[in-house]
Design a protein around this ligand. Structure first.
Ligand code: NAD
Length: 344
């Protein structure tokens, strides 16, 4: 039965893929916290990954895609990519099938995690469908191989436009395009040029609009990360630099992600299924919780997202309620319960 708060809200159905390994535990944590938040979300649970291969003959059954297309919003736990079975990565397939062209990776410093840098707040907008990941790769004879870097005007325009739009909406101060246009003049040159073309519509909305060559960018992020705010990257650089940024705030265990297309979004932690920790109450659900928090913002539930973040921060501040990978003593369930208690 709907509670008082959720009956005030239009109920929204969200597709939930629990995932493999630690996936069910970390997504259970999200379900418990979202229930305590009382925001009128109903989950449509659809299974994918290792556990459905035998029954469905594929790790990504059509009903999973149908559910996400219908609900427009999804949360996903990590999925194991079966090695040597001939199945392609479900994660890559989901992005392609649903045309989720933007991979958005925020990295923000959190309390209770002792790291060299404080107050990091960087968002990477990574193009998610092109570049060297387009899958145009083949052998040339027996002793050479080539992989084609595909960059299209449309691909550049849509990721740059989304990055500018969302950055303005979030009140960000600086936006930087990352490239290697000094060497790859056509491909990265196009990405950089289109970024600047689109920037003309946003000139007075940022303190700085600039660009960095990717090797320099990597160094800058290590020596002065606090100066950077929003990075817009082609696929390969975005993949690497977003992990670098995650490392600045505590690593993959704390890194949330979102794959976003036009009117459709799939939220997921960056980490994998960590099979060695499955079923042991040892997984850190933080990255999935932060992904769910960003999902609430996407759904227009900003205040609830802030409430959730405050409760998470409080739980992280104490060793007793932090998980072991972050130097604490709590298990998945104890950390989750602490967040729920902080919401009351
Ligand atoms: P992984 O992220 O699962 O594990 C890397 C290390 O981090 C391990 O030591 C693991 O125990 C630890 N770890 C990861 N998440 C954790 C968490 N939430 N709490 C505590 N410790 C955590 O990476 P991997 O071992 O390379 O991959 C395992 C499987 O996951 C593979 O099949 C891989 O293909 C898959 N994978 C899936 C995704 C995804 O679904 N988005 C992403 C990466 C890897």
């Amino acid at each position: 039965m709907a509670s008082e708060r959720s009956s005030e809200l239009a109920t929204r159905t969200v597709s939930l893929i629990p995932g493999d390994g630690i996936g069910p535990e970390v997504t259970d944590s999200v379900r418990a916290v979202i229930e305590a938040l009382d925001v009128g979300i109903e989950w449509e649970v659809v299974e994918a990954g290792e556990k459905v291969i035998e029954k469905e003959g594929t790790p990504l059954p059509e009903y999973v895609l149908e559910s996400i297309r219908r609900n427009k919003v999804a949360l996903k736990g990590p999925l194991t990519t079966p090695v040597g079975t001939g199945f392609r990565s479900v994660n890559v397939a989901l992005r392609k099938e649903l045309d989720l062209y933007a991979n958005i990776r925020p990295s923000q410093s959190l309390p209770g995690i002792d790291l060299p840098y404080k107050d990091i707040d960087i968002i990477v907008f990574r193009e998610n469908t092109e570049d060297l990941y387009a899958g145009v790769e083949h052998m040339v004879g027996r002793n050479a191989a080539e992989s084609i870097k595909v960059i299209t005007r449309e691909g550049c325009e849509r990721i740059c436009r989304m990055a500018f739009e969302q950055s303005v909406a979030m009140g960000r101060r600086r936006i930087t395009v990352v490239h290697k246009a000094n060497i790859m003049k056509f491909t990265d040159g196009m990405f950089r040029d289109i970024f600047y073309e689109i920037s003309r519509d946003y000139e007075n909305r940022f303190e700085e609009i600039d660009d960095r060559i990717v090797d320099n960018m990597a160094m800058q992020l290590v020596i002065r990360p606090n100066e950077y705010d929003v990075l817009v990257c082609p696929n390969l650089y975005g993949d690497i630099l977003s992990d670098l940024c995650a490392g600045l705030v505590g690593g993959l265990g704390v890194a949330p992600g979102a794959n976003v297309g036009d009117g459709i979004a799939l939220f997921e932690p960056v980490h994998g299924s960590a099979p060695k920790y499955a079923g042991q109450n040892r997984a850190n659900p933080l990255a999935t919780l932060l992904s769910a928090k960003n999902m609430l913002i996407y759904m227009g539930l900003q205040e609830d997202a802030e409430r959730m973040q405050r409760a998470i921060n409080e739980a992280l501040a104490s060793e007793k309620t932090r998980t072991r990978d972050l130097g604490g003593t709590a298990g998945t369930k104890e950390f989750t319960q602490a967040i729920i208690d902080n919401l009351r």
